[in-house]
Design a protein around this ligand. Structure first.
Ligand code: LCS
Length: 401
């Protein structure tokens, strides 16, 4: 399995071609299946006691038990590694399983994690838990410039953890700047790349060490899977696989790996449409009299527009905005939408809209939320791939009634 995709998918092929090809034929035992089989098995039968012992001790390659490795899941892991430009990748049963296995696989009691201030609510919750229960030091900063990052590094900093764009504020962080400082100090950099997918941003190209995704979002793309993936060096992935993936056990089911492999085939196409639709929706919102602020990296008014153009291939599908009428107006609008679905999650083909202060970030104390830039009236819109006129029409009627 390990050489499979590198044998089958030429490095010079473009992203969309790599995302589609290299799936089924070899995995399916040479019978010519275009699509890979779902190895829906918990365990693998040994031919002898000696073979079982050799597989456990690593003397012989081969499958043992699906929590340790499964061919369908491995195929997904190889494809993620290919698309992120990494040596290796691991798949998990959720984005949070991927994040917890990464943090706990790298950091020890007494270490310091330097984080970007705006983070997904459950990531913030996990960091607080590690601080309170496992005596890991955690600090949150804006990461706006090199000096700020340098000043915040402590002698015991082992990991810099960041989201860019951040959920839900869309704040960006300069990946090349952070990874340069981190490398100088021998610190790992982990980047949550969920909001863009490898099609729009590849942090490893900027020198970052670990890329993390909630694959529930753009990688799956259809709102039918909860999953996570990480990608990085072979040694780092092996270390996480043999410790926090295997022993905490948050692995991905083969059926879900199959759905993600299917999702990846249309990733490039979907992301192009998300980009186009979100740009038009952001421009519409910016020009609307009831909207006071729009946070979308593709708007020239976005404070980090230049950085967005530098490190992202496109601006993605997520927009945050505030209404002039604040919280009351936001609730009023959200309750009146027809096409845009009032739901958390993002990155689906369907347009989803939610209110971070009462939903995804309700677990973050209000003061911390405000420091993250999440006002009580902020609305987050994940623009889908429907006809953009229909999305704008729905927003328009909900704001005007
Ligand atoms: N990282 C980011 C940036 C996320 O947005 C999420 C989930 C996760 C990690 C965790 O992934 P999960 O375990 O859910 O697969 N974000 C959500 C959101 O904004 N609404 O619902 C979930």
């Amino acid at each position: 399995m390990s050489e499979l995709l590198t044998e089958m998918v030429p490095k010079e092929w473009g992203f969309a071609t790599q995302a589609i090809h290299g799936d089924g034929t070899k995995v399916a035992g040479g019978i010519g299946s275009l699509v890979p089989p779902i190895y829906q098995t918990s365990t693998f039968v040994f031919e002898s006691v000696e073979q079982g012992a050799n597989r456990f001790s690593g003397f012989e390659e081969g499958y043992v038990y699906t929590r340790l490795a499964n061919p369908t899941v491995q195929l997904l892991e190889q494809k993620i590694a290919l698309l992120e430009g990494a040596d290796s990748a691991l798949a998990f049963g959720s984005g949070m399983a991927a994040i917890s296995a990464s943090l706990m696989g790298i950091v020890r009691t007494g270490d310091h994690i330097l984080c970007s201030r705006s983070l997904y609510g459950c990531t913030f919750g996990l960091l607080k838990l590690m601080e309170e229960r496992y005596q890991v030091e955690v600090s949150l900063i804006e990461m706006r410039d090199e000096e700020e990052v340098r000043k915040a590094i402590r002698p015991n900093t082992t990991l810099i953890y960041l989201e860019t764009p951040a959920n839900p504020t869309m704040e960006l962080i300069d990946l090349a700047m952070v990874s340069k400082v981190a490398k100088e100090k021998g610190i790992y950099t982990a980047v949550d790349n969920t909001f863009l997918s490898p099609y729009l941003q590849r942090p490893i190209e900027y020198g970052c060490d670990i890329v993390i995704h909630s694959a529930t979002k753009y990688i799956g793309g259809h709102g039918d899977v909860v999953a996570g993936v990480i990608a990085g060096s072979r040694d780092m992935m092996k270390q996480i696989q043999m410790t926090t993936q295997k022993d905490l056990g948050g692995i991905l089911a083969p059926m879900d790996a199959f759905l993600l492999l299917r999702g990846l085939k249309t990733l490039a196409l979907r992301m192009e449409q998300h980009n186009c639709n979100a740009q038009l929706v952001a421009e519409f919102l910016e020009s609307h009299p009831f909207v006071s602020r729009v946070f979308y990296p593709g708007l020239p008014s976005f404070p980090q527009y230049q950085l967005a153009k530098k490190q992202m291939k496109g601006f993605g599908g997520v927009i945050a905005f505030e209404l002039t009428g604040g919280y009351e107006a936001a609730v009023h609008m959200l309750n009146r939408l027809n096409l845009c679905r009032l739901a958390v999650s993002l990155g689906d083909v369907d347009t989803l809209i939610q209110h971070p202060a009462s939903m995804t970030h309700s677990g973050v104390p209000q003061e911390e939320r405000w420091k993250m830039g999440i006002s009580d009236g902020l609305v987050r819109l994940s623009v889908g791939i429907e006809e953009v006129e229909d999305i704008i029409g729905d927003l328009c009627q909900a704001m005007e009634r």
